[in-house]
Design a protein around this ligand. Structure first.
Ligand code: NDP
Ligand code: MG
Length: 383
């Protein structure tokens, strides 16, 4: 039986790579749903080529354009966030790849989990914002959450078959981004064009800035906590600039497993979609002779304060990670528009963490309100 796949965020970096994976295995996967926010042209092009049964454009003003362009195809066209949620809760697919960026991905993933669905999760912000609620939903509805983020896929691959064995700690590897080794006197002047040049990965703009500021690794610590049910002190970060070891797990006997490979998101995407199977592919293989040295160093959290702020938010718990995430989404967007400096991003996030009221056990409604409140506050700091 072929797996019917829904790609939420098909026009993004993860979404387009997922389409390549699916296209290479027509015997295993069938494309059911594609969604985009406002990139109607690419969504139309993808729909004509891959022929899903349903497409959703969340920006309703683009509905007519998409509907008209696909009128001669047997494809149902919907628009708006409500449709994203309704289709995520429907029986039209077997696995949903959650590849929308940011807080916007939360509602559809929740809708899918409430129906006991399998979600291949790229959207880490979902677990950062509401990890406690999302993990409860997975348990309550016997849903499955399979990580796509490369570090979390690595950990997941290391613990497959180890269900009875306790994990002592995990080690998340960080590339260090384009500014590895740089100090504040350099970072104060960096602009988006430089920050967008990641040395090892080609990704969407938001996560690329997060990688440059090390916020990405902070978000991933919180993501790992909820995905793998870890205590805060079981999560470590190490800078490994070659991005060959994607992360490691140490078990209670001290033995450590690492998952390795060339940095290519198609591998974790394929693993998540095909799980529990591994499938043959023609991706370029890692060779030791091309990497004579793999290096490891402690992250400089005095310079890259976002990582320290994320850890602080994780330790605080409650709505603090939601505040961190919302403030970060606002400052990254502002940085991409040249409205705030690279280092200012951390100042604004820190102010938001200080100013937004702490809630120890937030409801989903609290998280939604907290996201809005923090966005407004963070925006007020930006001229
Ligand atoms: P992109 O920015 O490349 O793509 C984002 C996708 O989400 C696009 O399809 C976009 O549609 C859609 N989208 C944006 N805003 C909204 C919205 N408000 N409502 C509905 N859909 C929306 O992001 P990436 O593919 O890089 O990342 C996606 C997620 O995966 C992120 O959470 C990221 O952290 C995570 N991730 C990404 C990795 C990567 O290598 N790229 C690696 C690990 C994790 P449109 O094109 O129309 O704007
Ligand atoms: Mg990652």
């Amino acid at each position: 039986m072929k797996k019917r796949v829904a790609i939420y965020g098909s026009t993004g970096s993860i979404g387009t790579q997922a389409l390549e994976v699916i296209e290479a295995h027509p015997d295993l996967f069938e494309l059911e749903i594609l969604t985009a926010h406002s990139n109607a042209d690419l969504l139309i092009q993808q729909a004509k080529k891959h022929k899903p049964n349903i497409v959703i454009i969340s920006d309703e003003s683009k509905y007519q354009q998409v509907n008209e362009a696909l009128s001669s195809e047997h494809i149902k066209v919907f628009a708006g966030e409500k449709s994203l949620i309704e289709m995520a809760a429907s029986d039209n697919y077997d696995i949903l790849l959650a590849a929308i960026v940011g807080f916007a991905g939360l509602s559809s993933t929740i809708a899918a989990l409430q129906q006991g669905k399998t979600v291949a999760l790229a959207n880490k912000e979902t677990l950062v914002v509401a990890g406690d609620i999302v993990s409860e939903l997975v348990k309550k509805h016997h849903a499955s959450l399979i990580p796509v983020d490369s570090e979390h896929s690595a950990i997941f691959q290391c613990i497959v078959g180890e269900a009875e064995n306790a994990v002592e700690k995990i080690v998340l590897t960080a590339s260090g981004g384009p500014f590895l080794g740089k100090k504040p006197n350099y970072l104060i002047n960096v602009k988006k064009d430089h920050a967008l040049q990641h040395p090892n990965w080609t990704m969407g703009a938001k996560i690329t800035i997060d990688s440059a500021s090390l916020m990405n690794k902070g978000l991933e610590m919180i993501e790992a906590k909820w995905l793998f049910g870890l205590q805060n002190e079981q999560i470590e970060v190490i800078v490994h600039s070659q991005s060959i070891i994607h992360s490691m797990v140490q078990f209670i006997d001290g033995s450590m497993k690492a998952q390795m490979g060339l940095p290519d998101m198609k591998l974790p995407i394929q693993y998540a979609l095909a799980f529990p199977h591994r499938i043959q592919n023609d991706f370029k293989r890692f060779e030791f002779k091309n990497f004579p040295s793999l290096t490891f160093e402690v992250a400089d959290t005095k310079t890259f304060r976002n990582l320290a702020l994320a850890k602080e938010a994780m330790l605080m718990g409650g709505n603090a990670p939601c505040v961190l995430n919302a403030a970060n989404e606002v400052v990254v967007d502002a940085f991409l528009k040249n409205k705030v400096g690279f280092l200012e991003m951390s100042d604004i996030i820190e102010s938001c963490l200080e100013k937004v009221s702490f809630i120890e056990k937030p409801t989903l409604h609290d998280y939604i309100m907290c996201n809005t409140e923090t966005r407004n506050l963070a925006s007020s700091f930006i001229k």
